[in-house]
Design a protein. Sequence first.
Lengths: 817, 817
Amino acid sequence: MKFSNGARGGTHAYPVEDDMIDITTASGQTDRNVKNHHHEEDDNSTHYSSTFGGIHETADIPGIGQYEDFHTIDWQRDIARDRMRHRYIIKKKQDSVWSLIQGAHDAWSGWLCVLLVGLCTGVVAGVIDIGASWMTDLKFGICPQAFWLNKEQCCWSSEETTFDTGKQAFWLNKEQCCWSSEETTFDTGNCSQWRTWSEVLGQSRTGAGAYVISYLFYIMCALLFAALSASLVRMFAPYACGSGIPEIKTILSGFIIRGYLGKWTLIIKSVGLILSVSAGLSLGKEGPMVHIACCIGNISYLFPKYGRNEAKKREILSAAAAAGVSVAFGAPIGGVLFSLEEVSYYFPLKTLWRSFFCALIAAFILRYINPFGNEHSVLFYVEYNKPWIFFELIPFIGLGIIGGVIATIFIKANLKWCRYRKYSKLGQYPVTEVLLVTVITALIAYPNPYTRMNTSELIYLLFSQCGISNADDLCDYNRNFTDANSAIEWAPAGPGVYRAIWLLILALILKLIMTIFTFGMKVPCGLFIPSLCLGAIAGRIVGIAMEQLAYNYPKNWLFSGECSTGYDCITPGLYAMVGAAAVLGGVTRMTVSLVVIMFELTGGVRYIVPLMAAAMASKWVGDALGRQGIYDAHIALNGYPFLDSKDEFAHTSLAADVMQPKRNESLAVITQDSMTVDDIEALLKETEHKGYPVVVSHESQYLVGFVLRREINLAIANARRTVDGICGQSLVIFTNSNPPQTLGPPHLKLKKILDMAPITITDQTPMETVVDMFRKLGLRQTLVTHNGRLLGVITKKDVLRHVKQLDNEDPNSVLFN
Amino acid sequence: MKFSNGARGGTHAYPVEDDMIDITTASGQTDRNVKNHHHEEDDNSTHYSSTFGGIHETADIPGIGQYEDFHTIDWQRDIARDRMRHRYIIKKKQDSVWSLIQGAHDAWSGWLCVLLVGLCTGVVAGVIDIGASWMTDLKFGICPQAFWLNKEQCCWSSEETTFDTGKQAFWLNKEQCCWSSEETTFDTGNCSQWRTWSEVLGQSRTGAGAYVISYLFYIMCALLFAALSASLVRMFAPYACGSGIPEIKTILSGFIIRGYLGKWTLIIKSVGLILSVSAGLSLGKEGPMVHIACCIGNISYLFPKYGRNEAKKREILSAAAAAGVSVAFGAPIGGVLFSLEEVSYYFPLKTLWRSFFCALIAAFILRYINPFGNEHSVLFYVEYNKPWIFFELIPFIGLGIIGGVIATIFIKANLKWCRYRKYSKLGQYPVTEVLLVTVITALIAYPNPYTRMNTSELIYLLFSQCGISNADDLCDYNRNFTDANSAIEWAPAGPGVYRAIWLLILALILKLIMTIFTFGMKVPCGLFIPSLCLGAIAGRIVGIAMEQLAYNYPKNWLFSGECSTGYDCITPGLYAMVGAAAVLGGVTRMTVSLVVIMFELTGGVRYIVPLMAAAMASKWVGDALGRQGIYDAHIALNGYPFLDSKDEFAHTSLAADVMQPKRNESLAVITQDSMTVDDIEALLKETEHKGYPVVVSHESQYLVGFVLRREINLAIANARRTVDGICGQSLVIFTNSNPPQTLGPPHLKLKKILDMAPITITDQTPMETVVDMFRKLGLRQTLVTHNGRLLGVITKKDVLRHVKQLDNEDPNSVLFN
């Protein structure tokens, strides 16, 4: 296809335009009138790969315009390529009906693509949710009549309920509807259809023997699942480990990691995630869901507009990341803001709208699949019947501070451990490490009911109010319920509450320690759920303390205003939610998206202020104690070339301080018309740069353009293969003008691969401005000049190294190319 | 204060650094080692305004770094200035406790400022809401016992309700609580405390005489209010008219309009808004609320960090715009997204978090003031008890298309009328125009109950379900209510419904026509509410049609699945809401923010998909029929220099096509060391550019830097005043090196005002890239070079003109400077 060659051969400087000039003007001068004239001409597609007035053409060389693995993309160039493609399609549209259809398909392919991504993400998330819930219960027992049901479904499937004609939720089928109408929690284990492993083995349901058998089965299952997960990851898709968010951030900032979003990663990460969640490890499936969604976003290769253009592909990936959070929490708006705030780098407003669409479709599909079997599509749906009181802002801010401290402890310890893993022998035995952590987690977790249960269930329990149906120790208050709808009476805590508090404190410590060791292991693992859980425990404890304080000192001036009515004035569940937001905020440094996600979880605007206060306090405490969030810390640890768009560059250096070459070294340049093929090949051998500036001559180094090493190599190889007479002595010409042909071999004209519009700066430009340009324009490199003369080059790598150096870190820790 | 001089004198090229070089190196060469050495040195504040090795200093010149009215700001430069100021404060911090406090104040001033803005916005919005509601009722009658109460309050204040100890909403005082517990609407007029004007004049409440008196009073009050509003605007604050959003967009994109956000504009706009809303004109107070909030945002002048830096000030203004929408609709998240999507130009992520805080505070304060007297802080709180059905997506998309068409008609007709007003004699009689429109509106509106009532009330009525308490004609169904909580029975429409439909169709036509003439008049007027109203009417009609269709053909395959249960399966109120979103979306081209605002209005995630479908259809139809939203159209009409960040630049021109000077003209440049003061002053007189490139010499035009006309003028005037011997023959030197002093007058050294890091591009750079750079880096101008040699300059004005020209519009319609 002629066009795609032209497009791929397209450099910044528009080969289309260059061709036209070459054909029409004898002089090599850029003639503006001729060019303007041509704008109006019908320059049809033959121009795209025409053999022009030069010595031979270079546009058909395959591979030009692509990137290699671990390379940085040049956004400006990719976006220019896309616009050129777009213009070509617009022009072609009038030619035939088929072109018109192609044009329409192209115009709609963005929406079609995000629709597909949304649909698939919803389905995959549903499968993962169902699978994880079934396998988690498999640790405890089995449903003999239908082994594919989890405990909840097993118990429900036996119950007989009249099918009330879908009044509550028409989109449920009969079975689901019956489930959704049930209200009680089944974790007390009094369901006859469900057999625990001890029962299966003929033991009774209770007693020491049964306990030991259950304990053993629990550990065995956990080990089995964890081993499977770790081996799958190790054998088939090493990129499937971890949460993936640091890598997604790096990829979205314009870096190429081949295979990181491939289909094997998708499959193994999904399966491994189900397994590792079921193994009872202290990890969540929300972070990896973002990675999985981005893998699904990679189906954009079906649409050439996105598949062949790395910059455009990132628009789809941003939308996919939003869909990932959307299905993880059932929070589409929160997902879009998460993508905007945390993950994405380049987020034009058009992408905002598409991301929202994608997130919404994904959430809608997941709700249709309905893996949680209830009407609400969100992970923890809670409703409180009391507003918060103004003085409660003090404990809420206190919780924010506690959350910030817990988060900092977690980040620092986790980083230490990850660094140890990276540089010690431990890193060579990932499966062993996983098994060890699994055994320890299972051993400690089983005796404590709060760590034994699924983490999401625990969070839900901590968030919820002590209503009439809640039989947990946590709700052991000395009160009598008369009616489910009446206001909750104020009551002193019973002994069960104090027992629960001790167990929760133990659970908090255990979870904190285990999560530190778990996050970063070679299985799919996220930390949203563990963070939320840590915060929820801390919050619930503070909440109960406040509640009892208010009960015991109702005459105190703080409480006397609002708490003297005999009704419960403080909701410990709300404290749990605020605490959860605080720790998650401290760990990830999310702000708006965090509050919006929590707001969508509860579905009410009422508690935004407390959530915001806690998130703010936690972020400030976190920022004061340690600069980076967990994702940025892991990016730094792994040395990914990520130029943070949030960090301010606070130093006073100038471009001259950063550019290569340093003083006393000479700059590797190519001259526009005086070097032979041999000269250039020697230069390429001597130096290792990714690109070379082209100057007028060695004596007067005025900048003409910039060529990439990869493209020179391809062009020379292609010319040697296809053009007679090109040899080492051929002059390489980057201008339009033709130097007089001497007796020697023919000239090699390479103007096509010359980028005639490189971004340049002066040597006096402050580095702040340079960093700003790199971020906002998505540059790969910029050329430094002084009074028009070329002085040097600054690449993204140079900038990253400079930043590291100024921060007193090792500049060589930046992994690049 | 030494520092502030230094800061204001600071150009891009860091005078601090320049000073140091001048002091330490004898040669004028930029010595990198020396510079690096200095980075580590404790360069204390005396450097900031030291007299350096040049001939005399220019840093103390007042006014440098400021902008004139109707100028474009240079973001890069302002942000660089702010960073320098920041570094200075960080450095000073260690000096004394006072500096430490100053430093802390500086660090917190951003938060303090948005807190203040949020508080004030909430209060002002509360005052406006209360005032508008009181004065609107004043058109109909008065509360004799307490004239300051509006009708609703007047009726409530007489009712006796037992004060139920604040269970529902503790933050209400007794009176408010009683109000909020009432459920019935009082617009049937059966409240004995409230006197209509006919009653005040001794007439009965009903009858022809009473009707005529009420009609007359209605028109008189409307005229009075409108006349007051128009005269106030005309006399005291001409900038207070219109919605203000096009101007706010322009200001936020980096343009200076002095007084547009001043205190007089704030006061007059608030008062005028109350008056013009009360006059019953077809306008809303939501758009102007954004302008009012931005005026409040101007209190950032209390904080030098923001007040003295135009780029930083825009961060606060973005947050204020979010607060404006937040209080207008009670939708803080929607407000932030509106600011991000629609209004703001430069929206770093730090601003996102602050905007959210600001919007939340404003909403919280407004809720505390509670102007609507109910528990919900949103404008139209509705709750539906049925989900939507999948096939309803078809009518929803249909509504989207209708909305897009209505919006396009409105935009085109309004633009035509505004253009006519602008270029005809009509524009000279703004008050007369307002009075005329008011009389016509009042005359036609009064007889129709749906146009007579407050537009917000009408929208609320159209959105709501036909519950047990709703006595309007719209709800005249043949059904009996037994219990307020039971499901709504399915019923055929009664005659009242058909009557209501005819009146609504009339209202739709009237509102559409009157809004076309109203929007753009010289009173404060917004179009959110009229647009919502148009859409709500269309939607309700479609909804009733669907409902009756389903009732009459329940066996049809479309309806048979869901509508055969005997309960109402279609909610006309939901259709009204979807229609409202469609028209508003079509008029403003908002997308995500629109859906989020509507979502916050209803408080449920359930209806996002219908809203999104309609908003999408409406936007696409609108884009297909007419390119621009109403705000962009008004920006173009008024010729504001606004470079839209959403429009794609789709042409193939190069920088060489756009730059000034054109072929055969010569470029006005200043040489670095060979022009005298007289030469420069002659150049300034001959040409009118805002800035001049500095080159090596006229013969070799290699670029050295860029100076602004304003700063040369200031520097020369200052030098003549303060330095002996400076005269017309003095050489002006922009370099560090000192040319040998001849016998003539002393040299004038102006390196301080030279920007040594101007942004440059090559002449082959495609204009797409150039436009992208202007947008993302916030440039004022860029210099065009070829092989290092200066060719010309491209300013924002040139870009805007070029875009207009390519779009076949008049390039001279751009108002600039």
